[in-house]
Design a protein. Structure first.
Length: 255
């Protein structure tokens, strides 16, 4: 069932969104060669704790997962697309890192993700991240009253396909509110004019994930969580939680 949020609810979700943005910014600032992924998780935990927020990631166990998720952020490095579990891996110069974070404040959830390079960036990684960010912006711009979910999906997918990238089709955006994952699903590729009609008060997380190798294929690590490109190419992931309003899309997970 799709829940349409009231204006006070959207305002409350904006407060949660700021916490998510702060946690992502802190994790990015802490990322440097030699820093462990576990250290980034601890930084994000500190931000949530200071804000009085809880994590919708910690202990989350969807149907595909063999175990509950053990951290408050997903950290996916290089060929990892999404759902990477923070561990003892120490970041290296040139690593492409995607961090996904959620928070819950006063019962309202927020969800966002960023990708960045540690140290010296590769030009091809910069192009990948730029295209993924442009796709996120295009998807957000398409989220207006009267449009359909397929319009958002098409806006994202068109940029990824034109750039020659693969697209995560089994995992994508989603509704969000009292729960981190609600209806409707928001695929990263699709046909315009199809799917749920967007209405003011609908809140969704839009999250393109592009695969540099150009194929959509992925494999799952033995941990049952981490998704990696099947060809070993790198991946990027950006996400915002947004509300559909009469005045246009409102991004809730900005600083």
């Amino acid at each position: 069932m799709v829940e349409i949020k009231t204006e006070p609810a959207v305002d409350a979700m904006r407060l949660t969104g700021r916490v998510v943005a702060d946690a992502l910014a802190a994790a990015r600032a802490a990322a440097a060669p030699g820093v462990r992924l576990l250290d980034l998780d601890e930084v994000a935990r500190g931000v949530l704790r200071e804000a009085g927020a809880t994590s919708p990631f910690l202990g989350y166990r969807p149907s595909f997962a063999p175990t509950p998720f053990p951290a408050v952020i997903c950290v996916s490095v290089n060929d990892a697309i999404v759902h990477g579990i923070p561990d003892g891996y120490r970041l290296r110069d040139g690593d492409l890192v995607s961090v996904d974070c959620g928070a819950v404040v006063d019962g309202w959830a927020g969800d966002a993700a960023i990708s960045f390079t540690v140290g010296t960036p590769r030009p091809e990684d910069e192009r990948l991240m730029d295209a993924t960010q442009r796709a996120l912006a295009a998807g957000i711009a398409a989220a207006v009253p009267g449009a359909r979910i397929g319009d958002v999906s098409h806006a994202i997918g068109s940029i990824g396909r034109a750039a020659g990238y693969g697209i995560s089709r089994d995992f994508g955006g989603h509704g969000i509110g009292r729960q981190m994952h609600e209806d409707p699903p928001v695929p990263n590729d699709g046909r315009p004019g199809r799917g749920f009609v967007l209405r003011p008060g609908l809140v969704i997380a839009i999250e393109p994930m592009f695969l540099a190798g150009g194929t959509d294929a992925y494999v799952t690590d033995d941990d049952g969580w981490t998704l990696r490109t099947a060809d070993g190419s790198r991946a990027a992931h950006f996400e915002h939680t947004i509300a559909v309003t009469e005045d246009g899309p409102r991004v809730l997970t900005m600083p």
